[in-house]
Design a protein around this ligand. Structure first.
Ligand code: NA7
Length: 489
């Protein structure tokens, strides 16, 4: 058994952020477990062609590790991953990380008021506090399609891109048209001999205001004190304004919808093709996507958009629901991730052996502040339920959470508490307010189904307010919202 005060799981923005803030607060007694062999989380794992951010890089980075040098407005995966590796090196984070260690489960030991964390290596860790920075979107969703095993060519998910497979002159079928797919489809279409895209629901795709950062601006960022921060602050407020429409003022949306429809008309003159690509739900109901090349990919003679649905997969192709066979040498799943049910994969047992996944399934995915859960003392999630965003950078949310967790640890020390647990009342109050607000939002009112919603149609992912309201809500620990257990005398 390896003993530590705090155990952090993961080295994405969440895990790295938690490690830096604990260390800055003078708390050196922590270990970070990372299943892979480098830091980076999402930005290490997603290497598909064209993978890039859809929130401007100056905002999608740590506020205390500004980068004057972003090459363009929305940086690519390699540049974001390089930034994260550089931050890890410069901040000396790697020495806390045990790479290649996958967490397989965590059990609360009531007698000792500590967590036992199990790993794939068989080692067990004994920790007072566990911080799960496991990310919201990391377990690929691969649909169980009839006949998939009979396919003789390679097939892989966008988050586990097989770079050994040469797509040049191959017939390729892509399933899904979400955030990842719309980034790689225009790129691989340039290589494939034929590309068939299976679209279940057309996404709303806005033009992407992406451009290279001019050298003079990079120099200004580097030379003028405060310039990068000023730019970031301006971006923050510009993005924040998008919450007004999505959070309830749906009357603002038709204006934006008309702009996108005009953009689609300009790109796709053929009315039949355009009809297939036109969403029949409100903008913002699913994540709003951005691309300057996606729509026009369908103007190519060697690209087919199929909206008939997959009926089954055969040895050398995919049969659609109309019985038409689409030949394939390679199948790529752009089918997203397990989100609301992702907790099924974390084997967490709290007080009285209660299984977290079962509790979420039976009672709903409910937490306090998206971070802590009644019945699961000393456990903190980062980017947990109802703290994801559609309108601004999740790194902002992560930073509020790391600060909050540090304050919780300080409060535990001050009180001499061995365990802190959100009260049921505080958790219920938090969820009641979130659900009341989220129901008015575009994700519930917009006429679509999405990964934001659970099987009962409840939005368990999105923070339905401005992000500065999350800052306000987490700026201090409300001690009445917790039960604090002292060590037995
Ligand atoms: P998304 O955005 O969840 O997209 C998944 C896509 O896959 C979407 O078009 C789905 O259609 C489609 N899908 C999922 N299951 C199936 C099945 N069984 N058959 C056909 N099509 C299917 O995931 P991404 O990886 O693109 O992006 C995830 C997030 O990463 C994104 O939101 C950003 O935050 C970054 P649907 O719309 O459900 O009909």
């Amino acid at each position: 058994m390896i003993t530590t005060d705090v155990l952090i799981i993961g080295t994405g923005f969440s895990g790295m952020g938690a490690a830096m803030k604990l260390r800055d607060a003078g708390r050196d007694d922590f270990i970070v477990l990372e299943k892979a062999h480098d830091v980076g989380g999402t930005w290490r794992d997603n290497t598909y062609p064209g993978c890039e951010c859809d929130i401007p890089s100056h905002m999608y980075s740590f506020s205390y590790e500004l980068n004057d040098d972003w090459s363009k407005s929305f940086s690519g995966q390699e540049e974001i991953w390089a930034y994260m590796r550089k931050v890890a090196d410069e901040q000396g984070i790697r020495k806390y990380v045990r790479f290649g260690v996958e967490v397989t489960g965590s059990t609360w030991d009531e007698s000792r008021k500590r967590w036992t964390v199990h790993t794939s290596e068989g080692d067990e860790y004994d920790a007072r506090v566990v911080i799960a920075g496991v990310g919201g979107l990391h377990i690929p969703n691969i649909p169980e399609l009839d006949g998939a095993d009979t396919f003789t060519g390679p097939r892989f998910h966008s988050a586990a891109w097989d770079h050994e497979v040469d797509l040049r002159d191959k017939k390729v079928v892509v399933i899904g048209t979400g955030a990842s797919a719309i980034q790689f489809i225009p790129i691989i279409a340039q290589e494939t001999s034929h590309l068939t895209v299976f679209q279940r629901t057309p996404p709303w795709v806005l033009p992407k205001k992406d451009k290279p950062t001019p050298e003079w601006l990079k120099k200004a960022f580097a030379r003028i004190p405060g310039a990068t921060r000023l730019y970031r602050n301006a971006l923050y407020w510009a993005l924040e304004s998008r919450a007004i429409a999505f959070n309830g003022h749906l009357d603002v949306l038709p204006f934006a919808e008309r702009i996108v429809k005009r953009y689609l008309e300009k790109k796709i003159p053929d009315p039949l093709l355009r009809a297939k690509l036109t969403p029949d739900y409100r903008l913002g109901c699913k994540r709003v996507l951005q691309s300057n090349t996606y729509y026009e990919t369908y103007l190519r003679d060697d690209v087919t958009l199929s909206t008939d649905g997959v009926s089954k997969i055969v040895a050398d192709g995919v049969i659609d629901a109309g019985g038409v066979k689409h030949a394939a040498d390679v199948i790529i799943y752009g089918t997203g991730f397990h989100v609301v049910d992702a907790f099924d994969y974390l084997d967490i047992k709290g007080r009285d052996g209660v299984d977290l996944a079962a509790q979420f399934r039976d009672n709903g995915v409910e937490t306090y502040m998206g971070m802590t859960i009644h019945g699961f003392p000393n456990l903190f999630f980062m980017l947990g339920p109802n703290t994801a965003l559609g309108h601004n950078s999740v790194v902002f949310m992560i930073e509020q959470q790391t600060k909050y967790i540090v304050k919780m640890l300080e409060e535990m020390d001050r009180r001499g508490a061995v365990a802190a647990e959100a009260t049921k009342q505080a958790q219920d109050d938090f969820n009641e307010e979130i659900q009341r607000l989220v129901e008015k939002g575009i994700w519930t009112q917009g006429g679509c189904t999405s990964w934001y919603l659970d099987s009962h149609g409840k939005n368990r992912t999105i923070w339905p307010k401005f992000t500065f309201q999350y800052w306000w809500a987490t700026r201090k620990v409300d001690s009445d919202d917790f039960a604090w257990e002292k060590e037995a005398a």
